[in-house]
Design a protein around this ligand. Structure first.
Ligand SMILES: Nc1ncnc2c1ncn2[C@@H]1O[C@H](COP(=O)(O)OP(=O)(O)OP(=O)(O)O)[C@@H](O)[C@H]1O
Length: 233
């Protein structure tokens, strides 16, 4: 579904992605784990089209994505729930969700909203409140729900667990796992390697702009290097 080959990107003169190769097959949950500053967010920004690519290629559902501007990528089925959530704090929960559905004007929007509320019941309770008043976990749920309102076939998730209490992290990861049943393919970028690998099918380890390891989630969890460096086991 999504293939990245030799992807390079830079900030000014400093290259931060040095030739990334990875792929995500339809229906998979794939995670990219790595320390702070490894380049995970830059990778997702390249995929969503807001960060210039200086080399390599991105192919999505058989088509080259690199020349497609960011605003058209959602139409192709690729949505991102960005790092830091970037919700509209002055708008209500419902208004945020409606913005996620800006591509559509059909009756399905209401059904999609009900599906989102079923996935995150707390958002239904708070649907008429300003999003800025939500807790961090609720804001993360809103960011994910808003991305899903765009009816993506593939969802890019940037550090959904960031700054959240363990119980909320578990809730979020459970929802991510449940996306499989909705036929949404997921690329999940995380510093919380253990949490991410527990729900993923496969994973990649990113270090200073390179992919240094890859394998099934079970292989990576069992690997002594991963256990020592990322899992603290
Ligand atoms: N806007 C920017 N301008 C210059 N350098 C940047 C910018 N954003 C990120 N970088 C640098 O690029 C490298 C990769 O950063 P990136 O945010 O992609 O890493 P990350 O793995 O997502 O880390 P984090 O978990 O902190 O988001 C880092 O060295 C970072 O300092």
């Amino acid at each position: 579904m999504l293939t990245v080959e030799g992807l390079r990107s830079r900030y000014g003169r400093i290259e931060v992605l040095h030739g990334i190769d990875l792929h995500v097959d339809s229906g998979e949950i794939v995670t990219v784990v790595g320390a702070n500053g490894a380049g995970k967010t830059t990778l997702l920004r390249c995929l969503s089209g807001v960060q210039p690519v200086t080399g390599g290629s991105i192919t999505f559902r058989g088509e080259a994505l690199t020349p497609v501007p960011a605003y058209k990528r959602l139409k192709r089925g690729l949505a991102q729930s960005p790092e830091g959530r970037q919700i509209f704090t002055n708008l209500t929960v419902e208004e945020n969700l409606r913005l996620g559905a800006f591509l559509f004007s059909d009756d399905r929007v209401e059904k999609d909203m009900e599906d989102a509320f079923q996935m995150f019941p707390i958002l239904k309770e708070k649907r008429n409140l300003a999003a800025g008043g939500l807790s961090g976990g609720q804001q993360q749920m809103l960011a994910m729900a808003r991305a899903l309102m765009g009816r993506p076939s593939c969802l890019l998730l940037d550090e959904p667990s960031m700054g959240l209490a363990p119980i909320v992290v578990q809730q979020i990861f459970d929802v991510v796992k449940g996306l499989k049943a909705l036929n949404v393919t997921v690329l999940l970028v995380e510093q919380n390697a253990f949490g991410a690998l527990k729900i993923a099918d496969r994973g990649y380890v990113m270090e200073t702009g390179h992919i240094t390891m890859s394998g099934t989630a079970a292989e990576l969890i069992a690997d002594p290097r991963i256990r020592e460096a990322y899992l603290g086991i």
